[in-house]
Design a protein around this ligand. Structure first.
Ligand SMILES: O=P(O)(O)OC[C@H]1O[C@H](OP(=O)(O)OP(=O)(O)O)[C@H](O)[C@@H]1O
Ligand SMILES: O=c1[nH]c(=O)c2nc[nH]c2[nH]1
Ligand SMILES: [Mg+2]
Length: 159
């Protein structure tokens, strides 16, 4: 269980992905994008649109079952990206860095970008936008839904 949660709305994700695209303009040009499925797909689409890139490849690394972490397994290789030369890898976040380490091993020449980064993983990315603490779980808009909120005055107080 995480100590903190950081909720990201669709608007914020769009804004942060565009901010990442701004930073990436001077690091390119890129021939194509490799999205790390599934979390990297939407940021990759936003960034590919902003950088006017039409070649979008994907790589799938399965590591987590909700908040439980296992061994990373590559279930889809990024065949069109070769050794990564001229390619931009995009993920939604780096946490421990284990997904990034696997993908960097597959595409050693690519530029690695993530929208959000935690301290243990940020050394593995070339570009990111926002850092959160290691004990924070990021709640993405595709994993959440709006629900009724109990008024503050009716909540139980601990002290
Ligand atoms: O730095 P790490 O500790 O490897 O964690 C980061 C990875 O974990 C999440 O993906 P997940 O494996 O949950 O799959 P998903 O993208 O399909 O949700 C997230 O999208 C990153 O890809
Ligand atoms: O939705 C997510 N939020 C996170 O903080 C995280 N870390 C690894 N995998 C994650 N998935
Ligand atoms: Mg992922």
């Amino acid at each position: 269980m995480a100590a903190h949660y950081y909720t990201v709305t669709w608007d914020q994700l769009h804004r942060d992905a565009r901010a990442l695209a701004w930073r990436l303009i001077t690091r390119g040009p890129f021939r194509g994008v490799v999205a790390i499925t599934r979390g990297g797909l939407i940021p990759a689409a936003i960034i590919a649109r902003e950088l006017d890139i039409r070649l979008v490849e994907s790589v799938s690394v399965v590591t987590y079952d909700e908040e439980d972490k296992g061994q990373p397994v590559v279930t889809k290789h990024p065949a069109a990206a070769g050794d990564g030369t001229g390619f931009l890898i995009v993920d939604d976040l780096v946490d421990t860095g284990s997904t990034a380490r696997v993908v960097r091993g597959l595409l050693p020449k690519a530029h690695f970008a993530a929208v959000y980064a935690k301290p243990a993983g940020k050394v593995l990315v070339d570009s990111f936008v926002t850092e959160v603490s290691q004990d924070t779980w990021i709640l993405f808009p595709w994993d959440t839904e709006p629900q009724f909120s109990v008024p503050l005055a009716k909540r139980e107080r601990s002290a």
